[in-house]
Design a protein around this ligand. Structure first.
Ligand SMILES: Cc1cc2nc3c(=O)[nH]c(=O)nc-3n(C[C@H](O)[C@H](O)[C@H](O)COP(=O)(O)OP(=O)(O)OC[C@H]3O[C@@H](n4cnc5c(N)ncnc54)[C@H](O)[C@@H]3O)c2cc1C
Length: 513
């Protein structure tokens, strides 16, 4: 197959009619040679990592026919512990998944994420889920995949997306074994080396890796007290080093990779021992590794998240160093933002520009994450200037506002999408407040919009097939009413029905009656 036939995003003046009649994509002069076979799927997702699985589940909430094509035959097995931050925990709570996830992870205080500067959690963290959940990445991937399958998504493993062509009605996707599949949309959730992004010809500018690190979890052969003293001394000058408890009897180890040969090969325990001896004069008797990995600090952002009927999400759209543990969180949140919008498009009720808001909202968020990882990377440098800035920031973080601001960045609870002028809450996520039925997030499991009405006299009228209604004069809110999008962001605030109707149209299309 050839690279895609389209060079630019379609205009956002797309009709609101059901998707099969959309004529939004302008074929280039040579029309794609597709047989226009009927769409077997509404959406094909390349990649069953956390982003792809989350997206599939979100689409299934709206009965969208989804296929995930995953090149690996088996789910990932290398156990890398990742941290789920507050906003991701909130998303899981919104879909009723958190209770399934919590038993597999370890809750830690919401603190010391920014450049690993040790500070207590700031006051004023406004979330019912104000902690970090350390959880093995394969476990979170498995739980999300199971959730997507339970909701009706199909997953085909051992199959890779190798090519595609798009036309005015859909996308013909070619797998590596030559099979062709047809869908209305294709989403590349296929990781940092994304085939879909490359075939789309979307630029991925940024900085190549400057430094590489080895990270892993293993047991140690010396007493804790001995480790603590040596590690504290080394960390005064080496920020790219740690050896710290990560569970019963297990330590997390980070060392520079400089000097470790053959980047193409996975690192070995001997590599870690060698680096530890070089930096600490001892290898601490490390043994029994749980997982070992090597990563760089390459930082890149896709120029575009969408070309016609093909979209990108997760690492396929952005890569950055793992400092602060944000990549998986960012990808899952991309999926949460995109899912209901793409579903609305397929169901036929999406307002004209709704799908365009995916890039408009999520690309700036990724840009900000890339920036904070660049800043954190600098703060880990051993250069005297960087060390001085680090000391200064360490002092500044004693101010609660500074500490909170940085934590809100890393945990993604500080995000405010630009929905136009309005109160500060507009465009932000609404925390999981108490409502008369219990918790607000318990009402969002279906992935629908919600009008929370303290005046008890508003209505969702002709949008009731897409938007739920809760009259609750005692809800813990200091505004009369809020309209929540399916991703939990506040799309409207007020008490005026006409104004509300305008905003319902803006986000949820024409009323059904
Ligand atoms: C050492 C380290 C520690 C990290 N710690 C954290 C952390 O604490 N918190 C955090 O949020 N993030 C962390 N990350 C980042 C996180 O692992 C990634 O951001 C996350 O895996 C991205 O998810 P994804 O689904 O977008 O992509 P991936 O996880 O890369 O999944 C992509 C999937 O697509 C499949 N695929 C690829 N090509 C094709 C194709 N052509 N056809 C079909 N399938 C294909 C792949 O097999 C893979 O299963 C860390 C990363 C590293 C390296």
């Amino acid at each position: 197959m050839h690279p895609p036939q389209f060079t630019a995003d379609p205009p956002s003046t797309e009709p609101v009619e059901p998707d099969s009649t959309v004529g939004d994509i302008r074929p280039a002069s040579s029309a794609p040679n597709t047989d226009r076979v009927p769409h077997t799927y509404d959406v094909i997702i390349a990649g069953c990592g956390p982003t792809g699985a989350m997206l599939a589940a979100e689409l299934r909430l709206h009965d969208v026919r989804v296929l995930i094509v995953e090149q690996k035959t088996e789910p990932a097995s290398a156990v890398r512990i990742v941290g789920l931050h507050i906003r991701s925990l909130e998303l899981m709570a919104m879909r009723g998944l958190l209770d399934r996830i919590l038993p597999h992870g370890r809750q830690r205080p919401a603190s010391a994420f920014f450049a690993a500067i040790a500070k207590p959690a700031p006051k004023g963290l406004d979330s019912r889920y104000a902690y970090l959940l350390g959880i093995p990445q394969p476990v979170i991937e498995r739980l999300l995949e199971e959730h997507a399958i339970e909701l009706g998504a199909q997953v085909r493993r051992g199959r890779a997306v190798a090519g595609f062509e798009q036309d005015d009605e859909g996308v013909t996707v070619e797998l590596a074994d030559g099979e062709q599949l047809r869908s209305r949309y294709l989403v590349g959730c296929d990781g940092g080396r994304s085939t879909v992004r490359k075939l789309l010809g979307v630029g991925f500018p940024g900085e190549p890796a400057r430094t590489e690190s080895l990270m892993g979890e293993m047991e140690v052969g010396v007493p804790q007290e001995e480790i603590a003293a040596t590690v504290a001394e080394i960390r005064e000058t080496h920020q790219r080093f740690w050896l710290r408890p990560a569970g019963v009897g297990v330590y997390s180890v980070l060392v520079p990779a400089a000097g470790v040969s053959d980047r193409a090969e996975p690192p070995t325990l001997d590599d870690f021992k060698h680096q530890l001896r070089a930096i600490a004069g001892t290898d601490f008797g490390v043994h029994s590794p749980r997982w070992l990995s090597r990563f760089g600090d390459a930082t890149r952002l896709a120029d575009s998240y969408r070309v016609g009927r093909v979209l990108l999400a997760g690492d396929a759209a952005h890569i950055h160093p793992p400092i602060g543990g944000q990549g998986l969180n960012l990808g899952v949140q991309d999926a949460f933002n995109l899912g209901w919008k793409l579903a609305a498009r397929i169901r036929g009720w999406a307002p004209e520009a709704l799908l365009d808001t995916y890039q408009a909202e999520r690309r700036p968020v990724a840009e900000a994450v890339l920036d904070n990882t660049r800043a954190q990377t600098e703060l880990l440098s051993t250069e005297p200037g960087a060390q001085a800035v680090r000391r200064l920031l360490t002092e500044l973080m004693d101010f609660d506002e500074v500490n909170l601001h940085l934590l809100e960045k890393i945990t993604a609870i500080g995000i405010r999408y630009d929905f136009g002028a309005g109160p500060d809450l507009l465009g932000r996520r609404l925390p999981d407040i108490d409502v008369k039925q219990g918790h607000l997030y318990g009402l969002l499991h279906g992935g629908r919009g919600l009008l929370l009405d303290r005046t008890e006299r508003l209505t969702v009228g002709g949008w009731s097939d897409r938007v739920d209604y809760l009259a609750d004069s005692s809800a813990a809110l200091d505004v009369p009413g809020v309209l929540l999008r399916p991703d939990g962001h506040v799309a409207w605030i007020g008490d005026d029905q006409q104004d509300l109707d305008d905003h319902l149209s803006r986000w949820f299309g024409r009323p059904a009656h």
